[in-house]
Design a protein around this ligand. Structure first.
Ligand code: OFO
Length: 169
């Protein structure tokens, strides 16, 4: 049985994951409208992943006798400036999510909830991967700068990355 403190911390994390999914969906739509199919595909699948993270938390909360709450979401921005800006936002967003996961782990230890502590380790590992991926993409896009041809190649590149990633799951 979850304590009220843990239940609240997990519900907060559900909201974070849902909001991430929402923001990445807006990024996907923006990229698609601009005709960057690879970037759009990458962001759509990233958005789906965040929804899966949210569902993982929802199932866990309910399984442990709590009540998972479906959160209210804020409307994300419709445009993101440039792709460089967009991937910077994505990276910063992931760093924030990692900090949130760390808080969750900390609360688990304070509450001596070792089962939830164990459960949250999956998210700790996932955040390491997501931050690394975001940094990797950001490095690439920084190399390209504003070069249109480079961006076209990058769009193709990231498409392959998405296919590869999807194949791993
Ligand atoms: Fe849920 O991993 Fe990114 O935010």
């Amino acid at each position: 049985m979850l304590s009220k403190v843990i239940e609240k911390a997990l519900n907060d994390q559900i909201a974070v994951e849902a909001q991430s999914s929402q923001v990445y969906l807006a990024m996907a739509s923006w990229a698609e409208v601009l005709g960057f199919e690879g970037i759009a595909q990458f962001m759509y699948s990233h958005s789906d992943e965040e929804r899966i993270h949210m569902l993982k938390l929802i199932k866990y909360v309910n399984e442990r006798g709590g009540h998972a709450l479906v959160p209210t979401l804020q409307a994300p921005p419709a445009e993101f400036g440039s792709f460089k800006q967009m991937f910077e936002d994505l990276y910063k967003h992931e760093v924030k999510v990692s900090a949130h996961i760390n808080d969750l782990v900390h609360i688990c230890l304070q509450e001596k909830d070792y089962a939830t502590h164990n459960f949250s380790q999956w998210f700790v590992a996932e955040q390491i991967e997501e931050e690394a991926l975001a940094r990797n993409i950001l490095d690439k896009i920084n190399l390209i700068g504003e070069d249109k041809g480079g961006l076209y190649l990058f769009d193709n590149d990231i498409k392959q990355l998405t296919d590869l990633h999807a194949g791993e799951e």
